[in-house]
Design a protein around this ligand. Structure first.
Ligand SMILES: NC(=O)c1ccc[n+]([C@@H]2O[C@H](COP(=O)([O-])OP(=O)(O)OC[C@H]3O[C@@H](n4cnc5c(N)ncnc54)[C@H](O)[C@@H]3O)[C@@H](O)[C@H]2O)c1
Length: 262
């Protein structure tokens, strides 16, 4: 090891193609900006095509490389077409980041099968499908790969009420992460998850559900004194898709301002 290490090289994604779901806004858009800034060509995928196009246009206008794609993660063929399309358009696929998710809330006894299925289709089956399709391509191309799933702090510890279906779907994401990591390791493909704590986004604020009884919330402000920002999560994702973390797989990394540590 040299006395001084080229740190920039360890975060350099030049020549890499990254597919990010949920890139229209919030953490997904932030992740697209981080990966684009590190040199990756970013496929900004979302059900909301106009906003995905905004994210891609901003990256291109700033000198990066990006293109928007429409996908509905609840539909298998839509996911299959997305992943194949990104590989066909760009000639390779090195990185997959599953950020898209629904955050609808409902109390346990009011949770319908329809709500349960909706959250599981987008939050858990969607990432399963993107990983399945990306893994086929990454294995065939033989260049290894990086996969990151956005789970939630609530997948390991309940914080808000009304998140039974949501947190169950995210707990599934943790299991998906560990098992995919185990199967894909021999092909040089790493799979990790980030577990954000309460992160302020417009999408979270818009999410439907009953009013939360603030008096029942255990700890509103984490020890670091503020809620999360999309860049807090995007930075951890950049680490997990960069050369610097190449010997790390199957991990669930909590980024919550110290909430679960208190
Ligand atoms: N905000 C938080 O406090 C928080 C905390 C923990 C985990 N998370 C998770 O982080 C991720 C991003 O959260 P956010 O607050 O930035 O969310 P957000 O609502 O701002 O963004 C989610 C994106 O997913 C897209 N999307 C929804 N359904 C889709 C579908 N069927 N197909 C394709 N795209 C679809 C939306 O259009 C949107 O652009 C989500 O998976 C969320 O569950 C959020």
């Amino acid at each position: 090891m040299p006395a001084l290490i080229d740190i920039n090289h360890l975060y350099d994604l030049s020549g890499k193609v990254a597919l990010v779901t949920g890139g229209a806004e919030g953490m997904g858009a932030g992740t697209c900006r981080f990966l684009g800034s590190a040199g990756a060509t970013v496929a900004v995928a979302d059900i909301n095509l106009p906003w995905a196009e905004n994210t891609a246009s901003e990256i291109v206008a700033a000198g990066g490389s990006a293109r928007a794609y429409q996908v509905d993660l609840a539909h298998e063929q839509s996911v299959v077409d997305l992943v194949k399309g990104v590989r066909a358009d760009n000639g390779r696929l090195d990185i997959l980041v599953n950020v898209a998710g629904l955050q609808d809330r409902e109390f346990l006894e009011e949770t319908s099968v329809a709500l349960w299925d909706k959250l599981h289709h987008v939050n858990l089956r969607g990432p399963f499908l993107t990983i399945r399709e990306a893994a086929k391509i990454m294995r065939a191309d033989g260049n290894g790969g990086r996969i990151v799933n956005v789970s939630s702090m609530g997948s390991v510890h309940p914080i808000f009420e009304g998140l039974v279906a949501y947190n169950a779907s995210k707990s599934g994401v943790n299991g998906l992460t560990r098992n995919a990591a185990y199967e894909l390791a021999e092909h040089g493909i790493t799979v990790n998850a980030v577990l954000p704590g309460n992160t302020t986004t417009a999408g979270q604020a818009r999410s439907p559900g009953p009013a939360i009884d603030i008096s029942k919330l255990t700890k509103l402000t984490p020890p670091l004194g503020r809620t999360g920002k999309p860049s807090d999560i995007a930075g951890a994702i950049l680490f997990l898709v960069s050369p610097i973390s190449e010997w790390m797989t199957g991990q669930t990394l909590t980024i919550d301002g110290g909430h679960l540590n208190s």
